[in-house]
Design a protein. Structure first.
Lengths: 315, 255
């Protein structure tokens, strides 16, 4: 048996295969198709302070090898999460990580504080990268100063594992990865969706009601892979990689680029049990290549001869 | 709740009805789960370059005895075109049964009004109504005769009225212009098709103070309530068309 266990700081996951926020509901939507307790972790849909109805429809459109969404953080608010969703999560032998979003610094802090009190949630993923809300979200994740402020403020009240989810909509990933590390993050995750647009030529109208939305799925994979690789070489904390993963090879590639764990998002919509297939495939890959632990894959990339070690240039 | 499953079904037939419409016949190796009118399946489309997500398609007919499912599909893009190329011996992977079905209510005579491929859920619904001792009356609209097909299966269940926009078949005009809407004595109506048509039927039902359900075709990514893409605003807040719908009582909708 190969060793699949990985660590995010002091949080140990039974394997590196997890499902991405907003792409796996609260887990229960998938129990007809798979045993969700086999996953390393489930990242829940974003939770905000108050109830949010999300954006108007249409909120989704398909694009070549991917999709755009502008769901916009629809959820019933943190108190509902604590009182009605959290108790149902306890029946599964699964690590649930709450994805925390807000419009203001105070909102992020208040939610983090409340979730800190839940013994069954060992970590939060701070979403400072949602492209689908007017206030907050990506506004925090694309400005170095506000990113640093919000992470530091949350760090003060949140005692467990703090994962910061980075936006791909920036010029330099190393800058933001380092900013998160310096502000106290225990791990970083990337990428969130890429700001994008779709137009109906016949109607001469944008397809999405919000005009722009976030691109996800296989279309973003090469961009995500490059960004995970850059992040890995910019910080010492673990990196969680995602963006277009739908096969065993995709998952392995992200780990070779430097990811300690991976998240599967959009692919769950096409193949509900894809995460289990990937988990089993990783085990086989390790055996085939003679590795005894999945951790040996992390950043294990053979570079072309003469290639200078990646060095963040933007500092 | 019936457990959803992912299954490879065997294609046993593909019947071309006209230029755009075809019926796929599928067979399962196992007894079928309970499937109700208005529910749908998410079909995986292979070998269609542009088609990444699954495609939601209603159940047209269910034959329990032979584990058989029929789907009525209209070609509108690359996904449905690729499905139209399936033939006997191929397999089709689908997630089913999904969604909240039409509701059976008290009453005798029911109007089933559909436009275009909105006809799809009406056969199973008509059969179910008839089995419950009720009288389905079908009112179907299309652009022209070329967009219509043999409706014998519907005629076996009840009266069928037709409108075409160009008058090439049935009454000329829109469904909502058909006199049966005024002369009929319906205890309720069910509708599926273009939104303006469903809205008009809903308005009529509200006027007559009768029950009315419609089946919506919101864009869907997952079909199982996980992505929140198919949102439908209702008087009870935001609902998901794939799990709370696709069938909604029109009193619930903010129309
Ligand atoms: C619950 C539900 C049940 C459905 N049942 C049936 C059915 O029984 N038979 C059938 O033929 N079709 C049905 N549809 C519509 C069907 O899903 C779409 O026509 C199909 O997804 C189009 O895929 P495509 O790749 O061929 O077209 P695409 O290339 O994706 O799109 C072509 C055009 O079709 C339209 N379209 C795309 N998706 C949808 C959609 N979800 N709803 C309406 N229009 C769309 C768009 O305007 C687009 O411009 C149903 C839809 C839903 C949501
Ligand atoms: C429908 C949808 C909803 C999403 N909702 C959230 C969210 O609430 N919070 C978040 O941090 N990311 C959200 N994401 C982003 C994903 O978690 C992930 O970062 C992104 O989709 C890239 O991965 P993928 O290509 O595997 O989907 C959402 C993505 C999709 C497609
Ligand atoms: S299509 Fe995903 S929630 Fe309805």
């Amino acid at each position: 048996m190969v060793d699949l266990q990985v660590n995010l700081g002091t949080l140990s996951l039974k394997n590196p295969v997890t499902t991405a926020s907003g792409c796996f509901g609260y887990g229960s939507e998938y129990t007809d198709f798979m045993d969700i307790s086999r996953l390393g972790a489930v990242f829940t849909k974003a939770v905000t302070r108050e109830n949010r109805e999300g954006n108007p429809s249409p909120r989704m459109t398909e694009t070549p090898s991917g999709m755009l969404n502008s769901v916009g953080l629809q959820n019933k608010g943190v108190d509902y999460f604590i009182n009605s969703i959290y108790p149902t999560l306890q029946q599964y032998n699964t690590v649930f990580i709450a994805n925390v979003s807000g419009s203001t610094l105070d909102e992020y802090v208040e939610i983090a504080e409340k979730i800190n009190a839940l013994p069954g949630i060992p970590a939060i993923e701070l979403n400072i990268s949602c492209p689908n809300v007017k206030k907050g979200g990506m506004v925090f994740g694309t400005n170095r100063k506000s990113a640093s402020e919000v992470i530091k403020a949350v760090r003060k009240v949140y005692r467990k594992i703090l994962i910061v989810k980075l936006s791909p909509n920036v010029t330099s990933i190393p800058v933001f990865a380092k900013t998160a590390e310096d502000a106290g993050a225990d791990a970083i995750s990337l990428i969130n969706t890429i700001l994008a647009m779709s137009i109906d030529a016949e109607k001469r109208k944008p397809v999405l009601a919000t005009v722009t939305g976030g691109l996800s799925g296989p279309a973003v994979k090469p961009v995500a892979l490059r960004m995970v690789w850059e992040a890995y070489h910019s910080v010492k904390i673990p990196v969680i990689g995602m963006g277009g993963i739908r096969s065993v090879s995709d998952a392995i590639e992200f780990m070779l680029a430097g990811a300690t764990a991976i998240q599967i998002g959009t692919a769950n919509f096409v193949e509900p049990a894809v995460s289990i297939n990937i988990l089993e495939g990783i085990g086989k890959y390790l055996e085939r290549h003679g590795f005894s632990s999945v951790r040996e894959l992390i950043g294990n990339l053979e570079m072309p001869e003469g290639f200078e070690r990646f060095r963040p240039k933007t500092f | 709740m019936v457990k959803k499953k992912i299954e490879d079904l065997l294609v046993t037939g593909n019947q071309r009805l006209n230029k755009d419409y075809f019926i796929l016949t599928l067979r399962s190796g196992d007894p079928l789960p309970a499937i109700f009118p208005g529910q749908f399946a998410e079909l995986r489309v292979n070998h269609a370059g542009d088609t990444f997500l699954r495609r939601p398609i209603s159940f047209y007919d269910v034959g329990r005895e032979h584990h058989e499912i029929r789907l009525l599909i209209r070609e509108v893009g690359s996904g449905t075109r690729q499905l139209g190329m399936l033939g006997p011996g191929d397999t089709l992977n689908m997630i089913y049964p999904l969604g909240h079905p039409f509701t059976m209510v008290d009453g005798k005579e029911f109007l089933l009004a559909a436009g275009g491929v909105g006809i799809a859920p009406m056969l199973l619904l008509g059969k179910t109504l008839k089995q419950a001792g009720k009288r389905p009356v079908f009112l179907f609209g299309a652009r022209s005769k070329e967009q219509m097909f043999d409706l014998t299966e519907f005629e076996e269940l009840g009266e069928v009225y037709i409108t075409t926009e160009d008058g090439s078949m049935g009454k000329k005009g829109m469904i909502t212009d058909h006199p049966i809407l005024e002369t009929g004595n319906f205890d309720g109506c069910y509708s599926c098709g273009p939104e303006p048509m469903m809205k008009a039927i809903a308005k009529l039902a509200t006027g007559k103070e009768i029950f009315c359900e419609v089946s919506l075709e919101n864009m869907m990514a997952c079909g199982i309530g996980a992505c929140l893409c198919c949102a439908q605003p209702t008087v009870h807040g935001m609902k998901m068309a794939c799990v709370d719908g696709p069938v909604f009582n029109t009193k619930e909708l903010l129309w």
